[in-house]
Design a binder for this molecule. Structure first.
Ligand SMILES: C[S@@+](CC[C@H](N)C(=O)[O-])C[C@H]1O[C@@H](n2cnc3c(N)ncnc32)[C@H](O)[C@@H]1O
Length: 298
């Protein structure tokens, strides 16, 4: 029977459990389920075709893993010391943070964990190229006015696409301006909307048309064709869905990257409606908090 293991982001095991339904085993944040991989918005990494390996010793575990492939990331919520002793006997995998814009690591990266003292669960392939799905960047501590830019860097890195110079981007809920800063630095033309102002150092960048209005009053027809629509608005998911549906119906936007933010209880029903929009995907990015990122590309 094939299995798949899904790693929940820290703090969101319940969300992943809700999404997957009954699973074979819950190993802290790792949910092990029967069957082939399924869509799972709340999985930070998915372990494909994991296998159980009985091990007699630390050295034995390292030998078994090395015999499968070179690069391994460990998930060690239990038996941490033993797991680290095994990992120390495996080839070193570079843990250098990524410079935004550089290609994601291309080498296969497996994941493994100790289920108990003598049992390893190991998956030679995972959906994320990053250890445990943790996409870490060399940060810019002077340019952007908030840390929200990391979320957009991650989204653009994961999809392997980004606005080209001159592309028209709408950035909804843009204050204080982290996303607008990312887009302006890519050379895009940014229509940046928020009820609150942009930080002055962002507002000064070339190519930004800032409007201090509500994003919900914006009529797509009045804006015209746009290459990308970004939204990081704090609002109820159902309200964002209505806005997205208006833009989809207008046919005026090619690509979408939107944060679906939850307030209080996770609104699984509306999340499922986002996930069901044809040609789109819904993911919890490493830099997401209690929110998911909905992406639709042309
Ligand atoms: C998380 S912040 C956005 C951070 C931003 N992406 C950045 O990188 O700096 C959410 C923003 O949504 C804005 N917002 C809330 N309701 C809005 C509305 N109706 N129209 C436009 N912006 C709204 C808030 O003013 C707030 O600045």
């Amino acid at each position: 029977m094939p299995r798949t293991a899904y790693l929940a982001p820290e703090g969101f095991v319940a969300e992943l459990e809700h999404e997957l339904g009954p699973v074979e085993r819950v190993h802290e944040r790792l949910l092990i389920a029967e069957g082939p991989p399924r869509e799972a918005a709340w999985a930070q990494n998915v372990w494909l075709d994991p296998r159980l390996i009985e091990i007699a010793s630390i050295g034995d575990a390292a030998r078994e893993l090395r015999a499968i492939q070179r690069n391994w990331a460990v998930y060690a919520p239990v038996l941490h010391r033993r797991a680290m002793l095994i990992q120390a006997r495996l080839p070193v995998v570079s843990a250098k943070p990524l410079v935004f814009g550089e290609p994601v690591p291309g080498a296969p990266l497996g994941s493994w964990t100790l289920l108990d003292t003598n049992t390893v669960l190991a998956a030679p392939h995972c959906t994320s190229a990053f250890p445990n799905g943790e996409v870490r960047f060399v940060e810019d501590r002077t340019g952007p006015p908030s840390r929200a830019y990391l979320k957009l860097w991650e989204a653009l890195t994961v999809i392997g696409q980004r606005p080209a110079p001159g592309d028209v981007c709408v950035d909804l809920g843009s204050s204080p301006g982290g996303w607008t800063w990312v887009l302006a630095r890519l050379g895009a033309r940014v229509i940046s909307l928020d009820k609150a102002p942009l930080a002055s150092e962002v507002a000064r960048l070339p190519g930004i048309d800032y409007r201090q209005v509500s994003a919900f009053g914006l009529d797509p027809a009045a804006v015209g064709p746009v290459d990308w629509l970004f939204s990081d608005i704090v609002c109820y998911p159902a309200r964002l869905l209505g806005l997205v549906e208006r833009w989809l119906a207008s046919g005026l936007c090619r690509n979408f990257v939107c944060s679906v933010k939850f307030q209080g209880e996770t609104d699984h029903g509306t999340a499922a409606k986002f996930a069901a929009i044809p040609g789109s995907r819904l993911r919890h990015l490493f830099h997401n908090k209690h929110e998911l990122t909905w992406i639709k590309l042309k």
